[in-house]
Design a binder for this molecule. Sequence first.
Ligand SMILES: *[C@@H]1O[C@H](CO)[C@@H](O)[C@H](O)[C@H]1NC(C)=O
Ligand SMILES: *[C@@H]1O[C@H](CO)[C@@H](O)[C@H](O)[C@H]1NC(C)=O
Length: 218
Amino acid sequence: RICFSGLLGLLLVLNAEARVGDSSQLEFCNETEQCLLFDLICKNSVYEVRHYDSVKWVTTNYTTFSMEFMMVPAFWKLYKYITGENEASQNIPMTAPVLMGIPEKSILRMDVFTMSFLLPAEYQMDPPKPTNDDVYIQETPAMNVYVIDYDSYMNTLSDSKYSKKLSKALDSAKVQYRKGSHFAAGYDSPKPKKKRHCEVWYVVEGDPVCDPVLQPFA
Ligand SMILES: *[C@@H]1O[C@H](CO)[C@@H](O)[C@H](O)[C@H]1NC(C)=O
Ligand SMILES: *[C@@H]1O[C@H](CO)[C@@H](O)[C@H](O)[C@H]1NC(C)=O
């Protein structure tokens, strides 16, 4: 087992406040000025483990069948919040990633999806209240996540392909993680670009594991 607990402890002390910062620190996050930063704990050939500090988002819930039905309406609700639908009538800069909470369910069942915009550093302490009741401020706790990334457009097909690849790798390594839902993180605007970057995150339970995954994954 690769274990960096001493190093991780040090990183946690150095980064006690929410880490939203300059996007130049992340090569795959270059469409916004600020991005969500993290500490890399370990990685293997399939996934990496990251530590994220507790951080605030503006979020909306949407009950539906699949992400295709909620991406546009949820995006617009959050976009309106950052362009003035808040009690301070503030214009708030866009950040990355846009994070979605994806329930893992049968395609025929409706369930709650979430979409969140990360609040920029200057709004982390005291974000203006949303004026739309469907939109709320959410604080995610400090957490470790298993991450796999891919470079195509995000949709149900790509998201479930890579969430399955990641969960298969975690299951075969007998790793503990929160099941039943995952996060989908998008870093790109919809406009065409050479190299897109999307991610699937599972929340780590217990100690993060980065043993080499021995089975080949197609
Ligand atoms: C962002 O980074 C990608 C590679 O990661 C590069 O192809 C693209 O040109 C960059 N875009 C900008 C606006 O710098
Ligand atoms: C939004 O959905 C999440 C995840 O299902 C749930 O935990 C939360 O209570 C919901 N919040 C609101 C305001 O509907």
